[in-house]
Design a protein around this ligand. Structure first.
Ligand code: DX5
Ligand code: ZN
Length: 216
């Protein structure tokens, strides 16, 4: 499968949100990555429903919603109703992960589980069959513009092996510090979806940067 690129709205100019959403609409990007942070699971607060709904209003591509919040199961219905295509919850904050994953799917959304850099991929062995996607965090969640963690390649090899064994349809997403210098290596290592925030929105030519990321 050709890999997908999901520009992260977290790095957009919120005072010109419609302009930036339209930029992604006309780009080669595939999804909008929407980072929801609550200041509790991660040490930062991003934005909530009003901003997500504003993105949804103008977006012509699917919204890939990454929940970095405690008790995500309380809000998945609201995120589905706000127009999420996929909903990602963190393994580290989901004691009843199987139930949460089923609930996401019952709402008609793709179900994804994210792993922090320290969380071993092997912990997903008994849930992987139920998942549409796994998100491998390549930085510690909470902020855009951080340095890519090299151990991500090892984790990609691990998740690729699990995918091959249990769920060949699974998508593998990588999030954090992705740019044109590591995109090809990440795809080679098994990434199906590249999330990119700062590398896209801080670029002098975001459309060209997205095109580069699509090239790999
Ligand atoms: C970090 C978020 C990322 C972030 C990526 O917690 O999950 O999606 O927006 O930003 P960059 O690409 O700048 O590392
Ligand atoms: Zn994210």
């Amino acid at each position: 499968m050709n890999h997908l690129v999901a520009p992260s709205i977290l790095a957009a100019d919120f005072a010109n949100l419609q302009r930036d959403v339209e930029l992604i609409n006309k780009s080669e990007g595939d999804w909008f990555h929407v980072d929801i942070m609550d200041g509790r699971f991660v040490p930062n607060i991003s934005f909530g429903f009003p901003v997500m709904k504003a993105v949804k209003k103008h977006a012509t591509k699917p919204l890939d919603v990454h929940l970095m919040i405690v008790e995500p199961e309380k809000y998945i219905k609201d995120f589905a109703e706000a127009g999420a295509y996929s909903i990602t919850v963190h393994y580290e904050i989901s004691p009843n992960l199987h139930r949460t994953v089923q609930a996401i799917k019952e709402l008609g959304c793709k179900a994804c589980v994210a792993l922090n850099p320290h969380t071993p991929v092997a912990l997903l062995e008994d849930i992987i069959l139920d998942l549409d996607m796994v998100l491998i965090m390549s930085v510690n969640p909470g902020f855009g513009g951080q340095k890519f963690i090299q151990n991500t390649y090892k984790k990609l090899a691990d998740i690729k092996a699990l995918k091959r064994r249990y769920n060949p349809e699974l998508l593998i997403e990588v999030d954090g510090g992705v740019d044109a210098t590591n995109a090809a290596k990440l795809i080679e290592a098994g990434a199906d979806v590249l999330v990119a925030g700062n590398s896209v929105f801080s670029a002098t030519d975001p459309l060209a940067t997205i095109a580069q990321l699509k090239q790999g």
